[in-house]
Design a protein around this ligand. Structure first.
Ligand code: BGC
Length: 768
């Protein structure tokens, strides 16, 4: 009787939280006084020479950050003084930035301050998990908070413009930059884009702890042929509108201040010189009001793309709608000539300069060019205890429990543990790729984290194997410093030490996987296996018959078909940032029950790629399990991925009831409520990501077999149950038809609430 009352009570509490969580993010950007901005910017433009206007379009890096192309800029100081620079990146710290800002303010005729950019991709000094990991939390408030903290720390170090969020949808784990995005789904990617833009920009850009955000890489950069970075992209308009463009649009709708054009081509024209993309779509159709910056030398790279010489490609980019030229100096060196030769107009140059000046106005730089240069903030606002606590929380929430049939986890805090693996006592790989503003020396290794969380456990460590034995691979991934260190001991010796340590333990924790720079920019791979050196170690450890958990690190979905067959548990921890070790301890010892769910499918093998949950049925779908001749299937493996989108286990169990509907019919201007009950039937309290999918059964262009249109993250104590409700309107059912109109078409829709994308629909309604 008492139990029943508790359940009822919790029910009402939960329905309250849920309706709050379900609220769509309606953020549309910081407030801006546009008439005052126009006045200020017009007055400046009136005074500017053509050279000064072109100077504003030039973005340089004196080096110091990560150079991701062949060049860094020279003579930066003189160029600033000559009024030939609109912004810098790759510089940090109030003192250095003050010097640069003073050149711009004191030594140029009009004293226009500089934009100061940086790649603050997953945290500034407090490095959070890589974006693919953070996305797995499905927790928009948490993501927003990490972006706020990143902005607070970066602005404390003098930076006012962030080259983030990266929202490129990718369904190709070969592509190294899959680590930097939110995965394969446009709906989830859009929610994350909004949360990040809101976190960075806030409601008031004139504050000193908010900064301009940049959505990148516009567009379709995550779909290169063969998963090779910078490679050609070619896709139909309906595919791009429905599956790849929504997150960029969501960032624009959220008032993102700038857009970065991508390296790839779109419809045969490089994005950086693509007028359809940068003007017709971005500005005319979506109403973007900020400025567009190129990617690193992507203007110049149009020469190699085959679009002409530097003067041609610079003119092409400006005319297409590009406002700022990153590093390549094509604008600053050729636009005046192009103007004289009638290849570009003065109006085009003025328009671009206007957009850069507007960004500076929005930040309040004309009022105070030194507003981000308060030295006291460096100590006060960077890498604080609170920020580290948030990083620990974010990391634990990004982990995905892939396999638990042996119930090894959580481990008793007094257990005898053999921690084995090349990533078990390593700092340099913890932050993950694209963390140039952080310092890996601040990262907590797994061994230290386990000891912190369970001081009474007996933990012995052995490396067991090198991350890879392949010297060339080690060299390729060590470009930013040693991530892979090949031991002097032979592989046999390493293994022997590991087996010795394992022998005395109750449980083996194997910390294995990829080095952080095995994913990231220019880090594509054709092989998705755990490196063979470690596969061998895992096999040998499994043979001991000891209870064992893989703590698996990577910046991409891997092919772990072999390891998934072993009688072990598997916890995917990605590269989870500065608090990696502590967060791993929290989860391994049960202080936090894992709740992450994959946002990108894990393939059975690389030949399945791309494999994603929203594939179309084709005209020849399978009708049963296993191979069927003349059906769209493989001879050797099933069509399904090894682990699907939305998948992730918990220490507890959640039982889903049937999906029920408030009505079987819905009008175009009406709505229906879809609901289910969920019960925590296991032994632990836990969080669950509840997902809502539809299938539009008949429509004018072939539909995906499943499409995510909503999700909620709930918290249920053990034994507790709740009802989860989603409201659906016609807006949620819309797609881009072959005329690229955003429409909902009448007809039958299957609908289901599920713990992952792998389920069968059992209910439907009709849209009239
Ligand atoms: C990357 C961008 C980055 C830029 C500046 C490029 O190579 O593609 O994502 O913002 O470098 O560092």
């Amino acid at each position: 009787m008492i139990k029943k009352t508790i359940t009822v009570l919790s029910l009402s509490i939960f329905s309250l939280t849920l309706s709050a969580q379900q609220k769509e993010n309606t953020y549309t950007g910081p407030k801006i006084n546009t008439s005052e901005m126009d006045q200020k910017v017009n007055a400046l433009l009136d005074k500017m020479t053509i050279e000064e206007k072109i100077g504003q379009l030039n973005l340089l890096t004196p080096g110091g950050g990560v150079a991701t192309g062949a060049v860094v800029s020279d003579n930066v100081q003189q160029k600033i003084k000559d009024g030939k620079v609109g912004g810098l990146f790759g510089v940090s710290g109030p003192e250095k930035i003050r010097i640069a800002q003073e050149y711009a303010v004191n030594d140029t005729r009009l004293g226009i301050p500089l934009l100061i950019g940086s790649d603050v991709i997953h945290g500034y000094k407090t490095t959070f998990p890589i974006p693919l990991a953070s996305a797995s939390s499905w927790d928009m408030e948490l993501l927003k908070k990490t972006a706020q903290v990143a902005a607070k720390e970066a602005t404390a170090d003098g930076i006012n413009w962030n080259f983030s969020p990266m929202v490129d949808i990718s369904r190709d784990p070969r592509w190294g930059r899959v680590a930097e995005g939110a995965g394969e789904d446009a709906y989830l990617g859009s929610q994350i884009a909004r949360a990040m833009v809101e976190g960075y920009q806030g409601n008031d850009l004139t504050l000193t702890n908010t900064m301009l955000a940049t959505v990148k890489h516009f567009a379709l950069y995550g779909a290169p042929e063969a998963g090779r970075d910078y490679n050609t992209v070619d896709m139909s308009r309906v595919k791009m509108f429905n599956q790849y463009l929504p997150p960029y649009k969501a960032a624009v709708d959220a008032g993102v201040a700038s857009v970065m054009s991508s390296f790839n081509d779109v419809d045969g024209v490089p994005a950086t010189g693509n007028k359809w993309l940068l003007t017709d779509l971005l500005r005319k159709r979506w109403g973007f009001k900020g400025f567009v910056v190129s990617d690193y030398t992507s203007v110049n790279e149009m020469i190699a793309h085959g679009m002409g010489d530097l003067q041609d490609v610079s003119a092409l980019a400006l005319k297409a709608g590009l406002d700022m030229d990153m590093v390549g100096e094509g604008f600053v060196s050729t636009l005046k000539k192009s103007l004289e030769e009638g290849k570009v107009t003065e109006e085009e140059i003025t328009t671009a300069a206007r957009r850069i000046l507007e960004a500076k106005y929005k930040l309040g730089l004309f009022e105070d060019p030194y507003k981000y240069l308060d030295k006291k903030r460096v100590k006060k606002d960077i890498l604080t205890k609170e920020h580290r606590a948030l990083a620990r929380k974010a990391a634990a929430r990004s982990f995905v429990l892939l396999k638990k049939d042996q119930n090894v986890l959580p481990i008793d805090k007094k257990a005898k543990i053999a921690l084995i693996g090349p990533l078990g006592n390593n700092q340099s790989n913890m932050p993950g790729t694209w963390a140039p503003t952080g310092d890996f020396k601040n990262a907590i290794p797994v061994l230290e984290g386990l000891k912190n969380v369970a001081p009474k456990a007996s933990i012995t460590y052995a490396k067991g194997a090198n991350i890879t034995n392949d010297e060339q691979m080690a060299k390729n991934v060590n470009v930013f410093g040693p991530k892979v260190e090949i031991s002097k001991e032979s592989p046999e010796e390493l293994l022997e030490q590991a087996l010795k340590v394992a022998k005395d333990a109750d449980v083996i924790v194997a910390a294995v996987g990829e080095a952080s720079e095995m994913s990231g920019e220019a880090s594509s791979k054709t092989d998705l296996l755990i490196p063979e050196s470690q596969k061998k170690l895992i096999r040998e450890l499994a043979k001991t018959g000891k209870r064992m958990v893989l703590v698996l690190m990577s910046g991409r979905p891997l092919n772990i078909s072999e390891e998934a067959q072993l009688p072990i548990d598997i916890l995917q921890v990605w590269h989870s940032g500065v608090e990696a070790g502590n967060a791993i301890g929290d989860v391994i010892f049960g202080d936090y029950n894992p709740s992450g769910k994959l946002t990108a499918s894990w393939p059975r093998n690389v030949g399945q790629v791309p494999v994603y949950y929203s594939m179309k049925t084709t005209g020849r779908p399978g009708t049963k399990e296993g191979f069927e001749k003349f059906k769209s299937k493989y001879l050797d493996v099933d069509n399904s991925p090894l682990f699907p989108f939305g998948y992730g286990l918990s220490y507890t169990e959640f039982e889903y009831g049937d999906t029920t509907l408030s009505s079987k019919e819905m009008n175009m201007d009406g709505s229906i409520t879809v609901s289910t009950t969920i019960k925590n039937t296991g032994d632990y309290d836990g969080e669950e990501v509840v997902q809502l999918y539809i299938h539009d059964k008949v429509r004018s262009i072939t539909p995906p077999q499943k499409q995510l249109i909503g999700f909620q993250k709930i918290n249920l104590k053990k034994g507790e149950s709740t009802t989860v409700e989603f409201k659906i309107t016609a807006e949620d059912l819309k797609f881009y038809n072959s005329s690229l109109e955003f429409v909902a078409e009448p007809g039958e829709f299957e609908v289901g609430i599920a713990p992952s994308s792998d389920f069968k629909f059992s209910n439907s309604f009709t849209l009239n």
